[in-house]
Design a protein. Structure first.
Lengths: 232, 194
């Protein structure tokens, strides 16, 4: 993987504008990852590093994208009227225009609830799945209910009880990307490579890392697959 | 503290000023019988609830209070013990006032703080509720977490994420999807292999 040669072409790149707001770029990265995977991932959360008052690093909500539930599955989340109340309260608090999104309709599913509750979470180094991934620098891939339940982490257990069957934490330069799915998805190295390419700031251009051509990413990973096939 | 209305002092409040060292077993039996007579006419569930939530429930677990810390050498009758402590609690600092309860032909008077009085009244208004599913209390604590973070550090990113989430949720609920998930590969798919 270290031998990858990436040419940052200036052609058809969505993000080549230097005035791009970094937060928007992060969101676009999240959406890109979710939408280009053949498997169905329910959400992606980027946990960003930050420092507390004592200078200790911890992980906090950076941005997230909730892709949603695959339609062919019926999720028995049950009715939780309390959740709707909370959502409406939150909606009012962030000062939403009532004409904009309208009231919160329908039941809040387990997975949606899990995603919203994640906003309030933070992890110190080594704490929880994201914290462990970041402090060890290595990937955590939990697939299947049992792995989630017995990983010795509250967040993994909560994910499982809220409908997830797979949870992945990939450490990057300035944080951790967490992906979750209600499907059982086995370890997929392609995905990890893509994430590293997109989220690691030292990877592509060496500069701010903001300027990425998505068209190149696809070519690069395709190249990898061909190499692998050739070796067989 | 005598009142015109008939009042049963079955909690022994009159005695609180000079607690006897050790009532003889005879006295004990007699007062116990009196109390028994009254108590037996009250719905035990209501009585338990009232006691647990009234000022007598000075220990937080809500159980009928057990022996006080001071060595009063009082008998272990729970109804008796509580009266000694009631007005001695220095921590509370809130004013207590008498609360008279008429129930099914019986009358009882308690000295309660305003908070406790409100609790008792609320309790009486609602039926004794089935315990709500434990997830509800978790929901409210979760809510507090979220609201706290929206006002605390890093509020902007969270707010934006929330707004985006709600927006998308609305879109999803409005969307008609006869062909499955049209969003997939919509925005970026054509970009990959250009």
């Amino acid at each position: 993987m270290e031998d990858l040669i990436v040419s940052s072409s200036s052609s058809s790149s969505m993000l080549s504008s230097s005035q791009e707001n970094p937060a928007t770029t992060l969101q676009q990265k999240l959406q890109y990852i979710l939408q280009t995977q053949p498997q169905n991932w329910t959400y992606a959360i980027f946990w960003q590093t930050s420092k507390d008052d004592n200078g200790r690093i911890f992980l906090v909500w950076g941005d997230g994208h909730f892709q949603g539930i695959t339609k062919h599955k019926v999720h028995k989340s049950g009715s939780h009227p309390q959740r709707k109340k909370v959502m409406r309260g939150i909606q009012a608090l962030i000062g939403e225009n009532p004409d904009g999104y309208g009231p919160v309709d329908g039941d809040v599913t387990d997975m949606e609830w899990y995603y919203v509750m994640s906003l309030a979470q933070s992890f110190s180094l080594g704490d929880g799945v994201p914290g462990k991934a970041f402090s060890s620098g290595s990937l955590v891939w939990l697939s299947g209910e049992n792995q989630l339940r017995f990983y010795n982490c509250e967040r993994a257990k909560e994910a499982q009880t809220h409908g997830m069957q797979t949870m992945v934490c990939i450490p990057t330069t300035n944080g951790v990307l967490e992906l979750g799915s209600d499907d059982m998805i086995t370890e997929n190295w392609n995905l990890v490579q893509q994430v590293k390419l997109i989220f690691d700031s030292s990877g592509i251009n060496g500069s701010s890392g903001q300027i990425i051509s998505f068209s190149d990413i696809g070519v690069v990973t395709g190249f990898q697959e061909e190499e692998a096939k050739a070796k067989k | 503290m005598s009142r015109s209305a008939m009042e049963l002092d079955f909690f022994g409040m009159e005695k609180k000023l000079s607690p006897p060292p050790k009532p003889s077993s005879f006295e004990r039996r007699r007062s116990f019988r009196d109390i028994q007579g009254v108590v037996s006419k009250i719905n035990p569930e209501v009585l338990k609830t009232v006691i647990a939530n009234g000022s007598f429930g000075l220990n937080k677990s809500g159980s009928v209070p057990c022996t006080p810390k001071e060595d009063t050498a009082f008998p272990s009758l729970p109804l008796h013990d509580s009266t000694v402590r009631q007005n001695c609690d220095p921590k509370k600092g809130t004013e207590t006032a008498p609360m008279t309860i008429f129930y099914n032909g019986m009358v009882a008077v308690f000295d309660v703080s305003p908070d406790k009085a409100q609790d008792i009244l609320l309790l009486a208004e609602e039926e004794v509720k089935k315990p709500a599913e434990s997830s509800d209390s978790k929901v409210t604590s979760d809510q507090k977490n979220i609201l706290g973070t929206l006002n605390g550090d890093f509020p902007i990113a969270r707010r934006q994420s929330l707004q985006r989430f709600l927006e998308k949720r609305k879109e999803r609920s409005n969307m008609v999807e006869p062909y499955g998930c049209p969003n997939k590969h919509f925005n970026f798919g054509h970009m990959i292999f250009s």
